[in-house]
Write a protein that binds this ligand. Structure first.
Ligand SMILES: Cc1cc2nc3c(=O)[nH]c(=O)nc-3n(C[C@H](O)[C@H](O)[C@H](O)COP(=O)(O)OP(=O)(O)OC[C@H]3O[C@@H](n4cnc5c(N)ncnc54)[C@H](O)[C@@H]3O)c2cc1C
Length: 470
């Protein structure tokens, strides 16, 4: 609880205008993009710099007040829901791009910078920042780092983790620490940068990040392959990679998703096929053309009923936008949309999609699936109604079965959305007892009072002991 005295100390740090505890502001920050989770914070604070954050953290640590760092709140794992009350910390005053270093190919930003704004800023200098979560128009770099977000270009270029070179972080005791930096080679001590990426705000507050940039690829081509058979589409994915071609993008949409996306985006996508692959390659023009030609041949050998290369950048952009809008399009249909990101080795995609459909049928649920076929990261998306208790029980059961199946196939419970509160009960499936204990030891060492985003990643009392046949 925030006492009157503590409130006074906190407002003395950030100013009255940056301390909100009206009912309205608390309600606004009581939930994020994850359906079915809501809890009121005690206050919402917007610090103006690292020093203020450090002072706030010291006070919270002393008084054992929970602190929930929040970017744009677009996470899908209830990662910013203040489930134990306390303070929601906003980064609206930390939105500057501090430096684009063309000699070292780095960009240094504050955590509240919007991902796409940063991408546009570096592209204006002919540079490229590849991680492109579909939410990039609104998500922040701080959020991307803490969820280790991926995107459509992840197959070839990797995820956020692969671009974080250095961080400034306020630790749970209020100390300010710097990790890594602009160096390409640096093995001095433990790799805290890697530890903090994907930590979901449980180990500290990121106040600055230095990210790696790469040269902008000179050419890019986009194509669409249509299939009447899911397995043929999945086999094409494996064959493309078996032929040692790594496309920039290799995305997949199933028939129900396709129908909804076309209805929403109206760009002339076919709606009578079982699966579509959206494929992109970038690089020097000659190589791109050669790869696209080979990929088209592979898709045709795998019984693609149509293979079409986009004729203009506008057409290609339409296809990408259609894929990026899949979640928004699906979300229009029912009151509640629950999107998951069970991930399997790419060779198991067809098996996994089949299993998802069987599980949906068994529990009488509507589950559409799309995702990053190239890296096996699928998004089974359940269209449901949170007010229907019986249906929600079946949804929970279905997703548990989906996670178990993914792990049985050598996959994981989350490929890019993080654990948060939502998937904490399933983390055990992937990490096992020893893994959870090791993680907990790290958490205890850095945050013994458990003030940083409590209730996330570690399940309180629901660690499940589900047997998985690997
Ligand atoms: C329509 C839609 C599409 C999406 N598409 C993708 C996608 O393609 N790929 C993907 O990976 N995800 C996707 N997501 C999920 C989400 O957008 C990402 O996880 C994103 O990185 C979250 O950014 P955010 O700024 O909203 O962070 P938030 O949701 O505010 O926070 C995410 C986590 O980071 C922590 N955090 C935030 N800032 C800091 C900080 N400065 N220091 C410490 N901790 C911090 C929070 O406590 C929380 O645990 C999508 C979500 C939506 C709604």
């Amino acid at each position: 609880m925030i006492t009157a005295e503590l409130r006074e100390q906190l407002t003395a740090i950030v100013g009255n205008e940056n301390y909100e505890d009206s009912k309205v502001s608390k309600l606004v920050y009581s939930y994020d993009a994850t359906p079915q989770f809501q809890a009121m914070p005690d206050a919402v604070i917007s610090p103006r710099d690292t020093e203020e954050i450090s002072q706030i953290v010291r006070l919270c640590n002393e008084h054992q007040i929970p602190l929930v760092p929040r970017g744009s709140g677009t996470n899908l794992c209830a990662g910013t829901c203040p489930t134990e009350g306390g303070i929601v910390l906003l980064f609206k005053h930390l939105q500057s791009i501090l430096e684009i270093d063309e000699a070292n190919l780095t960009v240094t930003v504050q955590p509240g910078v919007i991902t796409l704004d940063m991408i546009h800023a570096v592209e204006a200098k002919g540079l490229f920042y590849p991680p492109d979560p579909s939410s990039m128009k609104i998500s922040t770099i701080g959020g991307n780092i803490n969820e280790n977000s991926g995107g459509l270009r992840g197959l070839k270029y990797g995820v956020t983790r692969d671009y974080v070179l250095g961080l400034e972080v306020v630790l749970p005791n209020g100390e300010i620490m710097r990790t890594g930096g602009k160096l390409a080679k640096d093995v001095a001590g433990y790799d805290f940068t890697r530890l903090l990426v994907g930590a979901e705000g449980t180990l500290g507050i990121i106040t600055e990040a230095t990210l790696k940039l790469v040269p902008m690829p000179p050419a890019k081509k986009t194509m669409l392959a249509l299939y009447e058979d899911m397995e043929a589409a999945a086999e094409s994915v494996s064959n493309i990679i078996r032929n040692q071609i790594i496309p920039t993008t290799l995305e997949f949409l199933d028939r129900p998703t396709l129908q909804v996306v076309e209805d929403y985006a109206q760009i002339g996508l076919p709606t009578d096929v079982e699966a579509v692959l959206l494929i992109e390659q970038d690089g020097p023009l000659e190589i791109v053309e050669e790869d696209i030609q080979k990929i088209a041949e592979i898709c045709e050998q795998q019984q693609a009923i149509s293979v079409k290369v986009a004729e203009s950048e506008a057409e290609a952009d339409g296809l990408r936008t259609a894929r990026r809008s899949a979640l928004s399009a699906l979300a229009r249909l029912h009151p509640t949309t629950i999107l998951e990101d069970a991930t399997v080795p790419r060779s198991e995609i067809a098996t996994m999609v089949k299993a998802i459909n069987e599980i949906a049928e068994k529990h009488h649920l509507q589950i559409c699936t799309f995702g990053h076929a190239g890296d096996g990261n699928l998004h089974p998306t359940c269209l449901t109604d949170g007010r229907n208790k019986d249906e929600m029980d079946r949804v929970e059961q279905a997703f548990e079965e989906i996670f178990i199946k993914a792990v049985e196939l050598g996959g994981t419970i989350t490929g890019e959305h993080g654990v948060g509160m939502m998937k904490a009960p399933y983390l055990h499936l992937k990490l096992g007892e020893a893994g959870i204990e090791a993680m907990y030891a790290v958490k205890q060492a850095l945050d013994p009072n458990n003030i940083m985003n409590p209730g996330k990643v570690f399940a309180k009392d629901t660690r499940k002991r589900v047997v998985v046949n690997k």
